[in-house]
Design a binder for this molecule. Structure first.
Ligand SMILES: [Zn+2]
Length: 220
């Protein structure tokens, strides 16, 4: 066990489980195909491998150090642990959400960057890239993800799914939901034979990014 206060660890675990259940309830994952983590100091709480989220209780908390060695719990951490740890080592994120959301995964098989059909891309820091394919659970996939995440808070993983991070689990989850929506929007707009969607320019997106910086401080 780390030096963290047990209460902050217990609360973070509760949020991890709640977020994992929410991702299943909202249809962003099927069964146990996604995974969720949160960082508390040097401890990373992460969903275990292959256990249905509705069966996870307070006593099932799984925690690893930033080097990946397990320091809390008996259940085995998710096989996607390298993705989560790489985000925590390389960014100041405190939460990571990984899903196989169907529209985002479909788009990951089609493009190397999600077309700018909507300014919601600004929520993810700019045009969302697709990380090159590598087998799940490998350091190669974590490296490809890191490249795709540069300057962004989310990316697609080719023929696999999504990764987003944030300062809180709610923020990371919201980014996943927005990314899935954005991919669904592009797919929807792209099905009309003979027509292709008009796209925003980088300048138009940058303008939104600037506007969002002030969002929350004033009505608008
Ligand atoms: Zn996965």
């Amino acid at each position: 066990m780390s030096e963290q206060q047990p209460e902050s660890v217990a609360r973070a675990w509760r949020e991890v489980v709640d977020t994992a259940r929410r991702s299943a309830a909202d249809g962003l994952v099927v069964g146990t195909s996604g995974n969720v983590s949160a960082r508390v100091g040097d401890l990373v709480l992460v969903t275990p491998s292959g256990v249905p989220y509705d069966r996870l209780g307070p006593e099932d908390a799984v925690g690893v150090g930033l080097d990946g060695h397990q320091v809390l719990g008996k259940l085995r951490p998710t096989s996607e642990l390298p993705l989560h740890l790489t985000v925590y080592r390389e960014t100041d994120a405190a939460a990571v959400v990984h899903t196989h959301a169907v529209h985002a995964t479909a788009v990951s098989t089609l493009v190397t960057e999600v077309p700018l059909v909507h300014y919601a891309a600004a929520i993810l820091g700019g045009p969302v890239r697709t990380a090159a394919y590598a087998r799940y659970g490998t350091p190669e996939l974590a490296d490809a993800m890191l490249t795709a995440l540069r300057g962004r808070t989310g990316c697609l993983l080719a023929n696999h799914g999504t990764v987003t991070h944030g300062a809180t689990l709610d923020q990371a989850y919201e980014r996943t939901a927005q990314l899935e929506w954005l991919c669904r929007l592009w797919l929807t707009a792209n099905v009309v034979p003979g027509l292709s969607p008009s796209l925003l320019s980088r300048a138009q997106l940058d303008e939104v990014t600037e506007a969002l910086k002030g969002y929350g401080q004033e009505k608008g």
